[in-house]
Design a protein around this ligand. Structure first.
Ligand code: NAD
Length: 359
C-alpha cells in the first residue's frame, strides 16, 4: 500500500486499501450518514467489491446516476442535491464518489455546494480518474454541452485507489487513461518514460507502481500551482490539438475517447516541439512510434483542418488571439506558454498523418 500526502488529504493506492478505508471512515465518520454516488456501471461492477470488503457500506445509501459525459450536467446535479435532501443528509454526512471522472466531478461538485459544502471522499474506478482526477481539487459539470464550465475547487477528505477496479474496465477506457500516464512521463520524467515504454498497457500487472508515480507527478505540479497560473499548464501537453480533435470527433459517427484524442494531440505537439523547442528528431520518432503503436489511427482529412484550427482558437490558454502550447524540450522536460502559428500546426497534422497512414 502506497500513501501519497497532498497538501490537505491522503491518497492511498493499492489492493490493500480497503482496511485503511474502513478505519478512516470509522474513525472520522462514525455515526454519520454515508451516501455513495455511483453510475450505472460502477454500481454493477464496483459497488459489490466495496460491500464485500468494507462493512461500513452495508448500511450506506446509494444515489445512482446514468453513466456517460452527457450526464455530467446541472439536471443530474439537481437530482443529487434533491436526493440528499430526501435522505436528510446534513453537514455531518459523508459522500463517497465511486466511479470514473464523471462521477467524481459531479459528485464532488454536488458535495462541495450542498449546504455550502459537506465532506466527501473519492474512490476512482477508471485509470483516467485514478491518475488524473484524483488530485488537483477540480470539481464540475458541463453547461450547454461545453465541458467543465461550472465548478469549484474543493478537496476530498481522502482518495482511495484500488487497481482491482481496472479488471472490469473496458480495454479502450483503460488505454484512454494510459494517454495521461504517457503525458506525465513526457512532461516531467524520462526514467518513467523508459519504464512505461517497456510495458504493454494491456498486460500490466503492477498498476500500483504506475498509478503512484503518476499521482506523485500530478500532485507535485498542482501543489506548486493550484490555480493554473503557471507550471500547471504543463499538464495541457497534447491537449490543445487533442481537445480540438476530440470536440470535432464528438460531432461525427466516430467519436474518440478523451485519451485517444490526446494521443493524437501528443504526436502533433511533439512535432511542434521539434520545430519550436529543440526536441530532437530521434526523440520525436520514439514518441510518435510508441504512441501510434498503441492507438488505432484516426483519419484527419485535410478538409477538416480549418475546423480544428477554429476549435483551437477557443483553447483556454490563448491570449490576444494567439494559440499557446505546452510542449516538451526533450523527453521528461516540459515547457509552457509557447505560441505557434497556424502553418506549423497544419504541418503537425500532416506529420500525424504521415506516421499513421500506411498506403
Ligand atoms: N477533476 C479533474 O481533475 C479531472 C481530470 C481528468 C478528467 N476529468 C473528467 O473526467 C471525465 C472522464 O472520466 P473517465 O474517463 O473516467 O470517464 P467516465 O467516468 O465516463 O468512465 C468511463 C466509462 O467507464 C465506466 N466505468 C467506470 N469505472 C468502471 C469499472 N471499474 N468497470 C467498468 N466500467 C467502469 C463508466 O460507467 C463509463 O461508462 C471527464 O468528464 C473529464 O472532464 C476530471
Amino acid at each position: 500500500l502506497n500513501t501519497i500526502n497532498t497538501n490537505s488529504y491522503p491518497v492511498l493506492i493499492g489492493k490493500k486499501c480497503w482496511g485503511e478505508m474502513s478505519r478512516f471512515i470509522e474513525q472520522k465518520f462514525s455515526g454519520s450518514k454515508i451516501i455513495v454516488v455511483a453510475d450505472s456501471n460502477t454500481l454493477l461492477h464496483c459497488y459489490p467489491l466495496l460491500e464485500d470488503n468494507c462493512t461500513v457500506f452495508l448500511s450506506a445509501e446509494v444515489i445512482e446516476i446514468p453513466e456517460g459525459e452527457e450526464n455530467k450536467n446541472i439536471d443530474i446535479a439537481i437530482g443529487i442535491w434533491e436526493t440528499l435532501l430526501q435522505l436528510e443528509a446534513d453537514r455531518s454526512s459523508l459522500i463517497v464518489n465511486l466511479g470514473g471522472g464523471v462521477v467524481s466531478d459531479i459528485g464532488s461538485f454536488a458535495a462541495s455546494t450542498y449546504k455550502r459544502g459537506i465532506k466527501f471522499i473519492n474512490i476512482p474506478t477508471t485509470l483516467l480518474a485514478q491518475v488524473d482526477a484524483s488530485v488537483g481539487g477540480k470539481t464540475g459539470i458541463d453547461l450547454n454541452g461545453i465541458k467543465n464550465q461550472i465548478g469549484t475547487f474543493c478537496n476530498p477528505d481522502a482518495v482511495f485507489i484500488n487497481p482491482e477496479f481496472l479488471n472490469t474496465l473496458p480495454a479502450p477506457q483503460l488505454l484512454s487513461g494510459f494517454a495521461e500516464v504517457i503525458k506525465h512521463a513526457l512532461i516531467t520524467d524520462k526514467n518513467y518514460w523508459k519504464y512505461i515504454i517497456s510495458e504493454n498497457p494491456t498486460e500490466i500487472t503492477d498498476w500500483e507502481k504506475l498509478i503512484s508515480q503518476s499521482v506523485i507527478i500530478k500532485n507535485k505540479i498542482v501543489t506548486e500551482d493550484p490555480y493554473e497560473s503557471g507550471i500547471r499548464k504543463l499538464l495541457n501537453f497534447g491537449h490543445t490539438i487533442g481537445h480540438a480533435v476530440e470536440s470535432y470527433s464528438l460531432e461525427t459517427d466516430n467519436p474518440l475517447l478523451h485519451g485517444e484524442a490526446i494521443a493524437i494531440g501528443m504526436i502533433c505537439e511533439s512535432y511542434i516541439s521539434s520545430k519550436l523547442c529543440g526536441l530532437k528528431e530521434p526523440e520525436l520518432l520514439e514518441i510518435s512510434n510508441y504512441i501510434s503503436g498503441l492507438f488505432e489511427p484516426y483519419w484527419l482529412d485535410e478538409t477538416i483542418y480549418h475546423k480544428l484550427l477554429q476549435l483551437m482558437m477557443h483553447d483556454k490558454k490563448n491570449e490576444n488571439g494567439k494559440i499557446y502550447f505546452s510542449l516538451i524540450e526533450s523527453i521528461g522536460s516540459g515547457i509552457y506558454g509557447v505560441s505557434c502559428n497556424t502553418d506549423i500546426i497544419t504541418e503537425s497534422l500532416d506529420f500525424y498523418k504521415s506516421i499513421t497512414v500506411t498506403e
